[in-house]
Write a protein that binds this ligand. Sequence first.
Ligand SMILES: *Cc1c(COP(=O)(O)O)cnc(C)c1O
Length: 345
Amino acid sequence: MSTGFLSVDLDALTANWRSLDAMTDVETCAVVKADGYGLGVAKVGRALMKAGVKRFFVAVPEEGAILRHAVGPNVEICIFAGHMRGDTDMIADMMLTPMINTIGQLTRHLEALPDHPFGVQLDTGMNRLGLEIDEWASIAEIALTQNCRLVMSHLACADTPDHPMNRKQLDQFHLMTDGINVPRSLAATGGILLGPEYHFDMTRPGIGLYGGAPFADALPVAYLDLPVIQVRDVEIGETVGYANAWTAQRPSKIATLSGGYADGLTRALSAGANLWHGAQPVPLVGRVSMDLITADVTDLPELPGVLSVLGLDQTVDELAARAGTIGYEILTSLGPRYERRYSGA
Ligand SMILES: *Cc1c(COP(=O)(O)O)cnc(C)c1O
């Protein structure tokens, strides 16, 4: 086997969902956009459905259609992008629930699919998606007397509990929605951890399900191992890889592994990251190239067949820190070349 392998622990995934669910008294949905945060939306969606998820969120209808084929007709699939021109047939045929973001989307939806369920996304300060307060005031009565399933907004700073923006958005959400008679949702993973004030009627965790910050107690879900293709001896003064970026300071053993930036191992990791052999770190040396990386295995007691990139000794967030990014980006960059293996559920 010459490709890396990505092992996905579906039992850890569903355990994370149960832990997040146990932190609130309300419905816990699941966000599975971007192919289930890179881990495979069909497997992830089915495992979560069996664990009890009744409502999923994805970014766009195309993702909703794939998820619908995997999970069947009995769960709700909500679309953050709302109802865009050209999406009506897919929304109808795949029984998708668009989160309406503009007055134009609401008009399109009610004209094209009058009885079809929808939700409304409100902007409470993030200025990304959703209706502003005056727009909402002008159409709330119409929207709320149609088949509106939920009203939601999204927090910009929920991973920073002390940030004053959280309270500001909470107050704005109350101002915009108090007294309405449809379910409300404000919290993603970070919002769940902010406490009950933020939970409303349903939560929408994503990253916490997949083992990422800010859910500190999450179990790791993704394990990535790369096979060693070749090991060579390198003398003092010899260089390794593109641009001669690394020079041996001692007689060294260098392993070349299958996996590179085309697989989501970003070139930024060239600045200094570790692979792992059990609990022993193995420094990456030289530049990450498209299909390959090189690591200094001189200090290992034996020559390894594989080295680990993600696992118990290096979490998604630890690897992300090495690359100057966030766990979300590490997960959603995991490439299609890896062989995916699923355990549990
Ligand atoms: C991605 C997303 C979520 C999930 O956020 P996490 O931080 O991954 O839990 C929830 N709501 C909206 C609107 C999103 O875009």
